[in-house]
Design a protein around this ligand. Structure first.
Ligand code: NAP
Length: 250
């Protein structure tokens, strides 16, 4: 497929690399300037683009930037043709993104993104850590393959996004509509806990919307108490430990 990616950091970069490696035509754009973008594109094996061109001649546009920067894209995204699937990878962290009133008041994050950008989005690539995305993929059908959640209101678009998730090395699990996408936001059992498809189905059903922001902030508080940045396995273990009532997960 022809894919444009806005944001070439930890997540956008890995998605770009993985999808290009499986034969997709991937171009990238980020706000950091031409030279940095060209270096990043070389490193990832993809094509550097401009802000104007990133939305042109693509079937899928992946927005992978911090939540706080999403409003900066609204003019650009308003020009995106209606048949392009827009994927939102974002997660809201007040300590990083500041206080966004609607989100603080419980609006579902990708619903806010969709309203802010003025068009439908599919939420995907948000509930696995960058390290998991980079190193945890497996071929389809392999036992204990890690699963990723996908939500949105357009079933056909979700199926297309699910094929990209599969190409990236993960099982896709349909988490429902965009309004349901809180089930894989930070502070839920589905969030960055590296589950199989079956386990992820259960975790999506187990989430508690009212408690999620509290648990998200608890997790951040615990991470900040580490004297050194925690290892990837410690982050996953910590995320899982927030939900001890859930079945044992591999
Ligand atoms: N890291 C993870 O494990 C993870 C996992 C799942 C989801 N997410 C979510 O995915 C999103 C991206 O995360 P990340 O970790 O990849 O962030 P990151 O490493 O900080 O990268 C952010 C990228 O966004 C670009 N950017 C920022 N503002 C922009 C704008 N206005 N226009 C165009 N590009 C802009 C930055 O460009 P420059 O550097 O060129 O300035 C950078 O390439 C976040 O919402 C995050 O919560 C992260």
């Amino acid at each position: 497929m022809k894919i444009g990616i806005i944001g070439t950091g930890a997540i956008g970069g890995i998605i770009a690399k993985k999808l290009a490696a499986t034969g997709h035509e991937v171009k990238i754009y980020s706000s950091g300037g031409q030279q940095k973008l060209e270096e990043r594109a070389r490193e990832l094996g993809v094509i550097p683009s401009t802000k104007d061109q990133i939305i042109v001649d693509v079937e899928v546009l992946i927005v992978s930037i911090p939540t706080i920067a999403i409003p900066e894209l609204s003019d650009l995204i308003a020009k995106v043709s209606n048949n392009v699937i827009v994927i939102d990878t974002s997660n809201y962290y007040p300590f990083r993104d500041g206080e966004i009133e609607d989100l603080k008041n419980g609006k579902v994050e990708s619903v806010w993104v969709s309203e802010t950008l003025g068009r439908p989005v599919i939420k995907a690539f948000n509930n696995l850590l960058a390290h998991t995305l980079e190193s945890g993929g497996k071929p389809e059908g392999v036992k204990d393959r890690i699963a990723m959640a996908v939500s949105g209101d357009d079933q056909q678009a979700k199926e297309i996004v699910s094929t990209l998730i599969n190409d990236a090395g993960f099982d896709a699990v349909d988490a429902g509509t965009l309004a349901d996408s809180w089930k894989h936001q930070p502070g839920t059992p589905a969030y960055c806990t590296e589950l199989t498809g079956e386990e992820l189905h259960q975790a999506l059903a187990d989430g508690d919307k009212e408690n999620a922001a509290y648990l998200r902030d608890q997790a951040i508080g615990k991470f900040m108490n580490f004297s050194m940045p925690p290892a990837h396995e410690e982050v996953v273990a910590m995320n899982r430990s927030l939900f001890p009532e859930n079945p044992n997960r591999h």
